[in-house]
Design a protein around this ligand. Structure first.
Ligand code: BES
Ligand code: MN
Ligand code: ZN
Length: 491
């Protein structure tokens, strides 16, 4: 994965600060009361910081905003980044300040005076997350980033605290790399191969091939992939960090490596975006990577249905009837409503095989959720208030916006079929995200706590977001990692 910044830690040494090449960043609270390290910078620069404060330069700035002084006198550095941040800034403010530093990244080394801060590690996380770039297919040589050094009084302690946090960034980057990767590179086979390398982290990886899924009767999932030369696969990642025999949490992801729409083909304009239709599977993979990396004390199983929705003489036709693993028959009215067909079988398999304590699925499922919530907020659907609340709380704490949507029997009626147990679309365009969720609910046992996350709007975004440049965001990775920590892990 593309890890953009190398991070190191150094003990506070105010002489080394004067000699540091590249850039230096110092935090100044909006009330202008300088910390000891900021006072030292102030002295070296012959009062630059007090001049900024006294002339009101910081007055209109928010926590995390920054002013850059070029070639400051008294420092060897080429630039001094003065970042507005109070000693007791919140986690969110600290990350935003890091983001500001991530944006100014370049090939120059960056020395960050982290001392007065309560959350120096979150500054680091913000800087690292925002510095991400997807450069795999750029042939021009990219200059290696200069690296970030955090200068603090107790570097060993901060370094230890930073370990798990940087493993979170690594998982987010894995997700972003997968989601950004075009479908001719990230085939189902390549996706499965990348997951297989995670066995090195202690994850148990298993793969159901088409013949295995056929034996299990997964006619819904298989009907989506059989128009493609890329073979359908169901990949399972098991992390056993909790008590033996304790029921796992199941994370299920839609992994449509490309969605042409099938015979109900999508229009040409914007179809290239459907390379991100494996976003749910990308998030599940990133989360499992983190759990293994930080040796989470929890049992979690990740399941991703990897298929390609293609057009060919073997592709499913509108009007075809397929039989799911559960046994229910489905009339495929629209081959572009394929994600729910994949999830139907993966959800059922997850329950039959792993008897989980709960299931969270993620899917770039409907365009309708983008109409409802935009690219800012994911749609949340659930049959269980407790699991749903726990997820929403974790998402809020990580700044990953999510909003619960309604479900209900009246929406379910729209799925009635003339000739089969159900059809795969709800009729008109109304409540398209809800009818999709109702469809999934038919494949979740009544007593199984379940949350469905429709991430069609948030998985990949055309404009920069706070923590990512445009493209894949990694939305949900940090929330799910936190949910596992808060809901399952001891202490
Ligand atoms: N992958 C799409 C949903 C999507 C749309 C994701 C835009 C990201 C951005 C999904 O498979 C789909 O095509 N859904 C249809 C459902 C419809 C046919 C009932 C849709 O939303 O139009
Ligand atoms: Mn589709
Ligand atoms: Zn799709």
């Amino acid at each position: 994965m593309t890890s953009p910044v190398s991070v190191s830690f150094a003990e506070t040494d105010l002489d080394a600060l004067a000699e540091a090449p590249g850039r230096v960043a110092v935090f100044v609270p909006s009330d202008g009361r300088l910390s000891p390290s900021a006072r030292r910078v102030n002295r070296l620069t012959k009062g630059a910081l007090t001049r900024m404060v006294e002339r009101g330069a910081l007055d209109k700035l928010k926590p995390g905003d920054l002013i850059t002084l070029a070639w400051p006198s008294g420092l060897a550095a080429e630039a001094l980044d003065v970042v507005v941040l109070a000693r007791n800034a919140t986690v969110e403010e600290s990350r935003r300040a890091g983001v500001a530093l991530g944006r100014v990244k370049g090939d120059k080394a960056l020395l960050v005076l982290g001392d007065p801060l309560r959350h120096p590690v979150d500054v680091l996380l913000g800087a690292v997350l925002r510095a991400y770039e997807f450069t795999t297919h750029k042939t021009a040589e990219t200059k290696p980033a200069g690296g970030l050094t955090l200068m603090v009084g107790n570097p060993a302690a901060i370094e230890a605290a930073a370990g798990p946090v940087l493993s979170v960034a690594e998982g987010v980057f894995l997700t972003r790399d997968l989601v950004n990767e075009p479908a001719n590179h990230l085939t189902t086979t390549e996706f499965a191969a990348r997951i297989a390398t995670m066995a090195d982290l202690g994850l148990k990886i298993s793969v159901l091939e088409e013949k295995d899924m056929a034996k299990l009767g997964m006619g819904a999932l298989l009907s989506v992939g059989h128009g493609s030369i890329s073979p359908s696969k169901l990949v399972v990642m098991e992390w056993q960090g909790g008590a033996k025999g304790e029921a796992p949490l199941a994370l299920v992801g839609k992994g449509v490596i490309f969605d042409t729409g099938g015979i109900s083909m999508k229009p040409a304009a914007g179809m290239e975006d459907m390379t991100m239709d494996m976003g749910g599977a990308g998030v599940v993979t990133g989360v499992m990577h983190i759990l293994a990396r930080r040796k989470a004390q929890a049992n979690v199983v990740g399941l991703v249905g990897l298929v390609e929705n293609m057009v060919s003489d073997r592709a499913t036709r509108p009007g075809d009837v397929v039989t799911s693993m559960k046994g229910d028959t489905i009339e495929v009215i629209n081959t572009d409503a394929e994600g729910r067909l994949v999830l139907a079988d993966v959800l059922w398999y997850a329950q039959e095989k792993y008897k989980p304590r709960g299931i969270i699925d993620l899917a770039t499922l409907t365009g309708a959720i983008i109409i409802g919530l935009g690219h800012e907020t994911a749609g949340v659907f659930s049959n269980d208030d407790a699991l749903c609340k726990a997820f929403l709380k974790a998402a809020e704490a990580e700044g990953e916006a999510a909003w619960r949507m309604p479900m209900g029997a009246v929406y379910d009626e729209k799925l009635a079929s003339q000739i089969a147990d159900m059809r795969n679309v709800g009729g008109g365009r109304e409540a398209g995200s809800i009818t999709a969720a109702q469809f999934l609910k038919r494949f979740v046992r009544a007593d199984m706590p379940w949350v469905h996350l429709d991430i069609a709007g948030v998985a990949s975004v055309k404009a920069d977001t706070p923590y990512a440049p445009k493209g894949a965001s990694g939305w949900g990775v940090m929330a799910l990692n936190r949910l596992v920590a808060e809901m399952i892990e001891p202490g």
